[in-house]
Write a protein that binds this ligand. Structure first.
Ligand SMILES: Cc1cc2nc3c(=O)[nH]c(=O)nc-3n(C[C@H](O)[C@H](O)[C@H](O)COP(=O)(O)O)c2cc1C
Length: 218
C-alpha cells in the first residue's frame, strides 16, 4: 500500500511520523525533568523550613518528625491570623515544645510574621521574624541578622519578667526598644506576650495531642 503512494507523499508522511515521535519524546522528557525539579524544590523547601525550626528548637531536643507532627489551628484573636501551623516536638513520645508559625504582630508598616517556639513549661524556646515591611535602619532591628534584640526573649516566660513588665522600657516594661523606633518592638512584644498567654490558657493542651500512629492504636 505504502509503495503505491507517490514518493513525495511518502517522505512527507515519514517526516511527520519522525516529528511526532520527537514531539512525544520531548514532552516526556520535559514531564520527567519537571517532576524531578518539583521534587527537588519541595525537598529544598522542607530542609529550609526544618533549619528555621531548628534555629528555634535544636534538633537534639526532640526525636519525632517535626514536619509531619503538625496541626493547623485558628486563633486569630491571640495569634493575629486566621491560620497558624503548630509543629509539635516530642522526645520519647513525651511533648517537649511547640513551634507556632506564623504569629502576626502589628508593626509600623503593617504585618510582621513571626515564628515562636514555646516549651511545655511555658518558656520561650525562641522567636524569629519571618517577614516584615518595617523601615530599614529603624524597625528592621527585629531581624536576628541585624541585631540580637529578638534573642533577648529566649528562655523568658510570663512571670520572668512578671506579666505586667512584658513591655518595652518606654512603656514601663523590661525589654529594650530601639532608638527612634518604639512602635516596631512594641508590636512584636505584644504579639509574643499574647501568644504566651494563649499557650498558658489554651494552647498547652495541644501538646497532649497524640501522634497519628498512636491515635490509630487506640
Ligand atoms: C519615614 C519614617 C519611618 C519610620 N519607620 C519606623 C519603623 O519602622 N519602626 C518604628 O518603630 N518607628 C518608625 N518610625 C518612627 C515612628 O514614627 C515613631 O516616631 C517611633 O516609633 C517612636 O519611637 P520613639 O518614641 O522611641 O521615638 C519611622 C518614622 C519615619 C518618619
Amino acid at each position: 500500500m505504502a509503495s503505491r503512494l507517490p514518493a513525495a507523499l511518502r517522505s512527507a508522511l515519514i517526516a511527520a511520523a519522525v516529528l511526532g515521535l520527537f514531539a512525544v519524546l520531548g514532552s516526556l522528557l520535559v514531564g520527567f525533568s519537571y517532576q524531578a525539579t518539583a521534587e527537588r524544590i519541595q525537598q529544598n523547601e522542607r530542609e529550609i523550613l526544618l533549619a528555621q525550626l531548628n534555629a528555634i528548637l535544636p534538633e537534639n531536643e526532640y526525636d519525632n518528625d517535626l514536619l509531619q507532627d503538625t496541626l493547623d489551628i485558628s486563633a486569630p484573636q491571640a495569634l493575629g491570623t486566621e491560620h497558624t501551623r503548630v509543629y509539635l516536638a516530642r522526645h520519647d513520645g513525651k511533648p517537649v515544645a511547640m513551634i507556632l508559625s506564623p504569629v502576626i504582630a502589628q508593626g509600623y508598616s503593617g504585618d510582621i510574621a513571626l515564628t515562636l517556639g514555646i516549651r511545655n513549661d511555658g518558656s520561650l524556646a525562641g522567636a524569629r521574624v519571618l517577614n516584615h515591611k518595617e523601615t530599614p535602619g529603624l524597625g528592621d532591628k527585629i531581624e536576628v541578622e541585624r541585631s540580637s534584640w529578638i534573642l533577648g526573649f529566649t528562655g523568658r516566660r510570663l512571670g520572668d519578667p512578671p506579666e505586667s513588665r512584658w513591655k518595652v522600657k518606654r512603656d514601663g516594661g523590661a525589654f529594650d526598644q530601639f532608638t527612634g523606633a518604639t512602635i516596631t518592638p512594641r508590636g512584636v512584644m505584644r504579639a509574643i506576650r499574647q501568644a504566651l498567654l494563649w499557650y498558658r490558657d489554651r494552647g498547652h493542651r495541644l501538646l497532649e495531642t497524640e501522634t497519628m500512629e498512636e491515635a490509630h492504636h487506640d
